[in-house]
Write a protein that binds this ligand. Structure first.
Ligand code: SAM
Ligand code: SF4
Length: 342
């Protein structure tokens, strides 16, 4: 079944294994590179050069690739993202097709929440298990500056609708930036605790289209924890972290928790279990990969499911040990976060 170019060292396993013993079981699927917000750290005001429609996978193509990942490659978790996944017209159908797979994967979605209130009930009915909503500020004026749109109220409504629809736990992702919203660690946590949402802070990574990331502007995990400890008692959550990117702390003894994803200052690459599919059908083994594997061409060229699976395994096997952000000679990938799928 294998092609001639396969590394003989690669074990004859159906799974997405790599040379460092990791196995990818968590697939991030980008449904579109487009967005209805323009977060300053993610997109310029005028947007980006969107993918031409013919290059974007159709719903059927997407469902086929997700099916291959789940039934042939051992993927157990599917996370839809983008761009803004709620802008994808066929989203409910893609979720339903994913939920119909056997074994059924866990299904989640990362969204800016702007149009979540409208879609939450149908998504829950189609089989979506839970959502992560991105929210960097509680202040409407700041929100408008940060996202270049006046939609904070819609995001709050979206979060509440997700909770009401049972898309729980509703997780909230926040990126803090120096001089912008770094004073909001404590208010964001209070907001989430009061509503039963689970907050996770994410260190800002060098994935912006302007290539303007500056280590000095990044609010570090250590700074975030120090700010939170001014108002709350944090104790490490007992138990195994596994491949989970967030380090979690019990807040005031629990059961509430807060997470910090310290991708830059405390990389978790050694436990990474991710594989990624872009909206135009390219597989990436890391956010920071500089190469991709083109599954769209295979798919449209008439390849069998097993041929596609085998190419995907080859991509996983080539995964680097780490993202290299902290090494001399680090090069930011060409695609920005919104086109990879965050
Ligand atoms: N539009 C959706 C949203 O905002 O949730 C999904 C895509 S967005 C790219 C996914 C997440 O990536 C968001 O939480 C966003 O804040 C985060 N993000 C974007 N650029 C980032 C960067 N350079 N470093 C860290 N996180 C980033
Ligand atoms: Fe859009 Fe998400 Fe990027 Fe903000 S972070 S511009 S919501 S893709």
């Amino acid at each position: 079944m294998r092609g001639t170019a396969v590394d003989p060292a690669r074990p004859d396993s159906p799974l997405l294994t790599d040379r460092f013993g990791r196995v990818a079981t968590d697939l991030r699927v980008s449904l579109t590179d487009r967005c209805n917000l323009r977060c300053t750290y993610c997109m310029p005001a005028e947007g980006l050069d969107w993918l031409p429609k013919p290059e974007v996978l159709t719903d059927e193509e997407l469902a086929r690739l997700i099916g291959i990942a789940v039934t042939r490659l051992g993927v157990t978790d599917i996370r839809f993202t983008g761009g803004e996944p709620l802008l994808r017209p066929g989203l409910v159908d893609v979720v339903a097709a994913t939920a119909a797979l056997a074994p059924r994967p866990r299904i989640s979605m990362t969204t800016n929440g702007v149009s979540l209130a409208r879609h939450a009930p149908a998504l829950a009915a189609a089989g979506l298990d839970r959502v992560n909503v991105s929210l960097d500020t509680l202040d409407p004026i700041r929100f408008r500056t940060l996202t270049r749109r006046d939609r904070l109220g819609d995001v709050f409504d979206g979060m509440a609708a997700a909770r009401a629809a049972g898309l729980t736990p509703v997780k909230v992702n926040s990126v803090l930036m120096r001089g912008v919203n770094e004073d909001e660690a404590v208010p964001l946590l209070r907001f989430c605790l009061e509503r039963g949402y689970q907050l996770r802070f994410i260190e800002q990574m060098p994935l912006d289209p302007q290539h303007g990331w500056d280590r000095g502007d990044m609010v570090t995990a250590a700074e975030i924890l120090a700010a939170l400890r001014s108002a709350f008692e944090l104790t490490p959550e007992p138990g195994e972290r596994g491949g989970a990117p967030a380090e979690r702390w019990l807040v005031d003894g629990g059961p509430a928790v807060v997470g910090v994803i310290a991708s830059v200052t405390r990389p978790f690459c050694a436990a990474c279990d991710r594989t990624r599919l872009t909206a135009d059908g390219q597989v990436r083994n890391c956010l920071f990969s500089r190469t991709e594997t083109d599954l769209r061409a295979l798919l449209r060229g008439g390849a069998s499911d097993e041929e596609i699976a085998e190419r995907w395994r080859g991509n996983a096997w080539a995964k680097a040990a780490g993202h290299g952000i902290n090494e001399a000679g680090f090069h930011q990938p060409d695609r920005p976060m919104s086109a990879i799928g965050g």
